[in-house]
Design a protein. Sequence first.
Length: 293
Amino acid sequence: MVTPLKAWHLCLTLLIALGSTWPAFAVRPFVTDDARIADYGQLETESWMEVTHAEGAYGDAPGFNTMIGVTPLDWLEIIAGTGVGRSANDKWAIANPVIQGKLLFTRAEADGTPGYAFSSGATFDAGQTTLAAGGTVDENTNSDYKLGDNYYAMGLMTHRLFNDSMQVHTNFGLRAEHQRGIGVRLRPYWGVGLDMEVIRKDIHAIAEAYAGDPLQYNAPLYAGQFGARWIYSDYVNVDLTFGAQPTTNTYRQVTSSVEVWGQLGLRLLFDVFTHDGRPGDSNGASGLFALSH
């Protein structure tokens, strides 16, 4: 008999094999952020592998991506990460590193008041080969084009509805792309995400539309994803998602091609420095507003 854990191991092994042949592009399993952070003292990891296809070819990017976050305060979470893999020229590829912080004001209550948070992050121009977000490789010199950095700031809101069987996340903010030789481009950012219980309590359907991943350099003006989430426990979530977005060139112009992808993601939580060593709250940290009372 195949248990859920054995099935997950099988899927993970299969996607590792695919990732070694068809490297990925660092779009996250769920881009629209929620007004929630892990409980105080918890450590969070989000890892995913991806297969992409555009312009008749599979993408040249990482086989494995990961982000690691910590919650040092009841209202603050800090997350950083990158991706690694083998590029088409058989060199090691490293994605541009990213870092983001999230300030939680109020935690969402089931069928009650929504949660509110503020998030800000940056993508730094320090990757290698085509994994450097928005970058390309000169076919003659085989060297990297270093294009610039990317920054964003946005407000987050989360509603927990219908006895917590549905969650709706909305993001609004601003992103800034600094490209060498071209300058800074400012543009608004938005995102809407839906997480809804289906079939049974531990299986959720997820879908989102957003103005390009705010951590992706030179992202298009719109993108979308859909898929499923398996909530194995409060500490283990598995995502399977599929998405699409128009491609852009290095001059920030939308092309006639569409990039599609499939991803398998794993989110883990660890009780590292929680209050009095107790298990972390499954609803996350309490937030800055709660601490004021």
